[in-house]
Structures are given as structure tokens and as C-alpha cells.
Design a protein around this ligand. Structure first.
Ligand code: FE
Ligand code: FE
Length: 295
């Protein structure tokens, strides 16, 4: 059934290490938007040299294997959504069966991360669809349970089919991507029209694109942007790829940015009481995403 798991599938001891690395690069409270400044090329150098070897290896594989053709193939493989039918809570429990080498005493389970994210959004008084976006934003990580390698599930996302922004961390690893030798795929616009909008741009395959497709007709556009682009750091934290954006993308950026702190900075707080919270969330799920969804 699956064609997955080539190429050293799991360099990271735990997928959380990618998110820990994001938090190092983007410390809480510090928002810089460097795409238009001269600092961009040097910004990540220190993080790259001090990153732990498994994180470095993870990015090496990600940048090497996320080719344009790989991305077309994964969309063909997954976006018929004919693998499973599950309700949202069922999908949360399924994701929670993912075991890696994280520390059960200190690290949050996948389900706890989802609830902690959504609970912080709820505590800040945001709309119900925003809370629900927090609850489901990482459900696409069930790709790991289909045996996809880590580099095809997590990692900062970036457009394929056009030149790689130098705001992408570990940019030098793109030298090993066969697309780097294809001039058609490396011009600023590549296969895209300037200003075509992100909906027409293929981002590197992973958990964002998958969950977006599962719920895309069922939630407000703001929530869909949060889901689809929450790992697109080169856009929402670096300001890159402005030449591909349309008016809708520019209008929605603030929502993607409003979501990001809840994803990155809520992880160290105390563990949520899953049983106590479940009734509230079953109600919220029933409002927007009732019954079984196709995955
Ligand atoms: Fe995520
Ligand atoms: Fe997350």
C-alpha cells in the first residue's frame, strides 16, 4: 500500500527536535522580518553550526529529496484521500500511537501538544474556528504512521519549482537537490506566474498540506491558511516569496502569524487534562468537522 520510507527515514530521535530547533531560531517575543534586509544570508549561520547532528542530517535529507517530481508524486499518492476514514478525535488518538524516542516524563505526547495549543488559543479568547485550527494543525503527522520518512512529514516548508530563497535554513544543502541543476526550476518564478498566489504554488510536501486537504471545504479561509502554511517559515517569519503572493495571501498572512506563537511557545506549560477537555472539543469538532473525514 505504501511506497514510502526510502533514504534513512528517521534521523531525528524525536520529531520534536525539529520544533526545538525552530524555537532556538525564533526565540519568543522576537519578530524580525529579514527578507528585505542585508542580514538574511548570514542570519542562520550560527544555528547551522551549533545544530545537533541529527537535526543537521534531517535538513540534509529534506533539502536533497524534496524535489519537484517527488512533490507531484506525493500529491498524486495522498490527495485522493482514500487511505482511511476517521473522525477528528479518532485521528488524534491514531496520531498519538506514534512513538519515538522522546521522553514521556517531560515531553508532551502528540495529543497533548494539540490540546495545549488549542487551550492557549481558547484562553486568549479567539474564535472557535481558531481554537479548532489549533486542535487539528498537526494531525497531518499521521503521515509518519504511513511510514513516510521524517523529511517528508515535518521541516520548514518552501516552494518547489522555483528558486530557493536564501532565507531557508541550511540553504547549502540544496546543492544536492537535482532540481538545483535545472534552470527552469531555479529562476525566481520558476514554473509559476508572478503574483499567481500561494494556492498555485507547490510547497514541499509534509503535514501542513495533508491536513489542509482533509478539511479544506469545511473551515473558514483564515483557518485553512493557518493549517496549510504554519511550517512555511520562509514566508511568515522571513517575508520571502513576495513575488508569488496575491492579494488574498497578503491579507491572510496576519492570521498565519497570529497562529504561530501558539504552535511554538506553548509547549512547556503543564500537561492538559485530556478527559476533562474532551467534551468541549467533541462539541467544537461536531460544529465544523462532524462525523468521519476522508484521509
Ligand atoms: Fe506542525
Ligand atoms: Fe505544532
Amino acid at each position: 500500500m505504501n511506497t514510502a520510507s526510502p533514504n534513512n527515514a528517521k534521523p531525528l530521535e524525536s520529531m520534536d527536535l525539529w520544533e526545538d530547533f525552530l524555537k532556538e531560531r525564533y526565540p519568543e517575543g522576537k519578530t524580525e522580518f529579514l527578507a528585505e534586509t542585508g542580514k538574511k544570508a548570514t542570519k542562520f549561520r550560527n544555528y547551522e553550526t551549533t545544530a545537533r547532528p541529527s537535526v543537521r542530517e534531517f535538513y540534509r535529507l529534506n533539502h536533497k529529496y524534496q524535489t519537484y517530481d517527488f512533490n507531484r508524486a506525493k500529491r498524486e499518492e495522498y490527495l485522493k484521500l482514500n487511505r482511511r476514514e476517521m473522525g477528528v478525535w479518532e485521528a488524534m488518538e491514531f496520531l498519538n500511537t506514534l512513538v519515538d524516542d522522546s521522553d514521556p516524563d517531560t515531553d508532551l505526547s502528540q495529543l497533548e501538544h494539540l490540546l495545549q495549543t488549542s487551550e492557549q488559543i481558547r484562553a486568549d479568547g479567539h474564535p472557535r474556528w481558531f481554537i479548532l485550527a489549533g486542535l487539528i494543525h498537526d494531525l497531518g503527522k499521521i503521515l509518519c504512521l504511513y511510514d513516510e520518512p521524517q523529511w517528508a512529514v515535518v521541516g520548514d516548508t518552501f516552494p518547489v519549482g522555483c528558486g530557493y530563497s536564501d532565507t531557508i535554513v541550511f540553504h547549502s544543502f540544496f546543492a544536492d537537490n537535482p532540481d538545483s541543476a535545472n534552470s527552469r526550476l531555479q529562476s525566481a518564478n520558476g514554473v509559476y506566474e508572478p503574483g499567481c498566489g500561494l494556492d498555485k504554488v507547490m510547497l514541499s510536501w509534509g503535514h501542513d498540506e495533508y491536513i489542509y486537504n482533509v478539511v479544506k471545504d469545511k473551515m473558514p479561509i483564515e483557518a485553512l491558511y493557518m493549517l496549510r502554511y504554519h511550517s512555511f517559515y520562509p514566508w511568515h517569519r522571513e517575508g520571502a516569496y513576495s513575488h508569488l503572493l496575491n492579494d488574498q495571501d497578503r491579507a491572510m498572512l496576519k492570521w498565519v502569524q497570529a497562529f504561530n506563537p501558539y504552535d511554538l511557545y506553548t509547549k512547556d506549560h503543564k500537561k492538559p487534562d485530556v478527559a476533562a477537555l474532551r467534551p468541549f472539543y467533541e462539541g467544537l469538532i461536531a460544529e465544523y468537522l462532524p462525523g468521519k473525514l476522508r484521509w
